[in-house]
Design a protein around this ligand. Structure first.
Ligand SMILES: Cc1cc2nc3c(=O)[nH]c(=O)nc-3n(C[C@H](O)[C@H](O)[C@H](O)COP(=O)(O)O)c2cc1C
Length: 305
C-alpha cells in the first residue's frame, strides 16, 4: 500500500510534506528545467519586502566546511513586481505558494504586506521571516525577543485569515520561548531554523570571505543544531513544525520527522543537486513502506529514547 504523505499546516492541506526553503529556490522558475515542480508539497518563495532591495555587496556567499555562508541581504523586487511577475510563475508550478515576507525598517511593513497578500487568492500561506540575519539596518532580530515576536504575530494575525507560519532564528538562547510566543499569538505553524550567524576569513588576503564580514551559515554543518531545536520546540508547542537546516538526503529529512517536524524544507542541498527534492521524497516513501508506517504523520515525534 502507498503510504499516506498528506499533511495539514494550519488550513493548508499539502499532498506531501516536502517544501523548499525560502531564498534557495527563487520563485521556482529556475528549477522547472530540473524537476517536475508539481511533485513538491509547496514552494516557499524568496522573502519579499514592501519596496525592492538590491541586497548586500558581493561577495555574498562562500563555501565553508560542510556548509556555506550567505549574506544576500534580502535582494528582491518588492511587492508590486512580485505580484505582477513572480506570482504568475509560482502559480504555473501547480503547487501551493507560501509567500515569505520581511520588513526593511519598520515592522509595520509586515502588516501592510500581509494585508495585500490576504487579497491574493493564489497565495496559500504567509511565512513571517522575522529571523533574517543579513539585514544590517536592523539591530536585534524580532525572532530574538519573545515579546516582539508575539506582538508582530498578533498584529499580522488580525489582518489575514491565511495560514500563518513564523520562521524562527537559531541565534537565541532558548528557541522554545520564541516558538511559544508565536503559537500563543496565533501563528498556525513555525519554521525552523533560519541560518546561524557565522564568519570565514581568507588568511592570504586577511579579508573576510564575504563582504558583510558575518553571514548566515547553512548546510549539513548546522543540522545537529537544527534537529536539537526542532526536538526542543516539539516538546513545548502543539502547532506543526516545518523543520530545516542541512537536509541533504532522505535520511537527514527523516531525522527531522522523528524529532517532531510535520513537514520539512530543503535549502542549500538544492544548490548542489537541483533534483534533490524529488529524490528525498522518493526516499521518504521507501522508508515508510519498509518500516510499515501507513502515514508520514505517525513518524512525527516518534523518536525512541
Ligand atoms: C543563499 C540563501 C538565501 C536565503 N534566503 C532566505 C530568505 O530570503 N528568507 C528566509 O527566510 N530564509 C532564507 N535562507 C535560509 C533558508 O531558508 C534556510 O532556513 C537555511 O538555509 C537552513 O536550511 P538549509 O541548511 O537546508 O539551507 C537562505 C539561505 C541561503 C543559503
Amino acid at each position: 500500500m502507498k503510504p499516506e504523505l498528506t499533511v495539514n499546516i494550519g488550513k493548508l492541506k499539502l499532498k506531501n510534506p516536502l517544501l523548499v526553503a525560502s531564498g534557495t529556490f527563487g520563485y521556482g522558475e529556475e528549477y522547472a528545467d530540473f524537476i517536475d515542480l508539481k511533485k513538491l508539497g509547496a514552494i516557499v518563495s524568496k522573502t519579499i519586502t514592501l519596496k525592492p532591495r538590491k541586497g548586500n555587496l558581493p561577495p555574498r556567499t562562500c563555501e565553508t566546511p560542510a556548509g556555506m555562508l550567505n549574506s544576500i541581504g534580502l535582494e528582491n523586487p518588492g511587492l508590486e513586481v512580485f505580484l505582477e511577475e513572480k506570482i504568475p510563475l509560482l502559480v504555473r508550478a501547480g503547487v501551493p505558494v507560501i509567500v515569505s515576507i520581511a520588513s526593511q525598517d519598520d515592522p509595520q511593513e509586515f502588516i501592510i504586506l500581509a494585508q495585500k497578500l490576504d487579497e491574493i487568492k493564489e497565495v496559500a500561506a504567509i511565512e513571517l521571516n522575522i529571523s533574517c540575519p543579513n539585514i544590517k539596518e536592523k539591530g536585534k532580530l524580532i525572532a530574538q525577543d519573545p515579546r516582539e515576536t508575539a506582538a508582530l504575530v498578533k498584529a499580522v494575525r488580525k489582518v489575514t485569515t491565511k495560514t500563518l507560519i513564523t520562521k524562527l532564528s537559531p541565534n537565541v538562547t532558548d528557541i522554545t520561548e520564541i516558538a511559544l510566543a508565536a503559537e500563543s499569538a496565533g501563528s498556525d505553524a513555525v519554521s525552523l531554523i533560519n541560518t546561524l550567524i557565522g564568519m570565514s576569513i581568507d588568511v592570504k588576503t586577511r579579508r573576510p570571505r564575504i563582504a558583510s564580514v558575518v553571514g548566515g551559515l547553512s548546510g549539513p554543518a548546522i543540522r545537529p543544531v537544527a534537529l536539537r531545536m526542532v526536538w526542543e520546540v516539539y516538546q513545548k508547542i502543539k502547532i506543526p513544525i516545518i523543520g530545516m537546516g542541512g537536509i541533504m538526503d532522505a535520511s537527514s529529512a527523516l531525522e527531522f520527522f522523528l524529532a517532531g517536524a510535520s513537514a520539512i524544507s530543503v535549502g542549500t542541498a538544492n544548490f548542489i543537486n537541483p533534483g534533490i527534492t524529488i529524490e528525498i521524497l522518493k526516499g521518504i516513501e521507501t522508508y515508510l513502506r519498509q518500516t510499515k508506517f501507513t502515514s508520514i504523520r505517525d513518524l512525527t515525534g516518534s523518536l525512541k529514547k
